[in-house]
Design a protein around this ligand. Structure first.
Ligand SMILES: [Zn+2]
Length: 219
């Protein structure tokens, strides 16, 4: 299993000289399982450059930790959603008001985006993440609620003897992911020097715990 961070900012994308090294996009992590399956964690602005690398991928899974803007603001610009040959399965937390599918479809519709949801060309499936573990591309996927405003999940993927975890607020999660406060102004500052990572054992969507260098396209 390999993880690559395409966006590690909270709250707002932060382009500029101050983020040239660590990248300025909001939350998005790409995970490739041992079978080659593509799993994407969150859909911040980092998902746009990721989508540009996925031509020819016919199916993938997108795990949303929650629906705060910095975790979904790139979704409409994700190229696979506009690919007639692609199937995109979106997973996320059950909502307190309405369904996850209604929330996502609303976000992918006017007035938030010019195209109606029905005109996205991919086959889009939207699922509330189950309480029981499930499988994606041979990886074992588990999730747990975390302490964060609104319905929020942390995810853990186990595959080939390695695990990746993504969370926005880890301290109350039984999955014990990295220390990653989210949606705070603190997380918009570059405070670490991430290193390149192949076969990363931990994937975070926040700059404070980044273990992999953002790809060139995400800077
Ligand atoms: Zn948040």
């Amino acid at each position: 299993m390999r993880a690559r961070i395409w966006g590690c900012r909270g709250s707002l994308a932060t382009p500029g000289q101050g983020t040239l090294h660590t990248g300025g996009n909001t939350s998005c992590v790409e995970v490739r399982t041992e079978t080659g399956a593509v799993v994407v964690l969150d859909a911040g602005t980092g998902i746009r450059p990721l989508g540009g690398t996925l031509a020819g991928v016919r199916e993938l899974d997108l795990l949303l930790t929650h629906l705060h803007l910095d975790h979904i603001e790139g979704l409409a610009f994700f190229a696979p959603l506009h690919d007639t040959q692609a199937t995109v399965r979106i997973w996320g937390p059950a909502q307190e008001d309405g369904t996850l599918a209604e929330r996502v479809a609303t976000w992918l519709s006017p007035p938030f985006f010019p195209l109606p949801f029905q005109q996205f060309e991919a086959r889009i499936e939207i699922h509330e993440a189950p309480a029981a573990e499930w499988q994606i591309g041979g990886a074992r996927v588990r999730c747990a609620r975390t302490r964060h405003p609104g319905p929020t999940l942390a995810y853990r993927l186990d595959d080939g003897g390695r695990s990746s975890r993504a969370s926005t607020e880890p301290r109350r999660s039984r999955l014990r992911p990295a220390r990653t406060p989210c949606c705070t102004m603190r997380s918009t500052r570059a405070t670490s020097t991430p290193r390149a990572s192949a076969g990363a054992t931990r994937a975070s969507t926040n700059s404070h715990a980044s273990s992999a260098r953002p790809p060139h396209g995400a800077r």
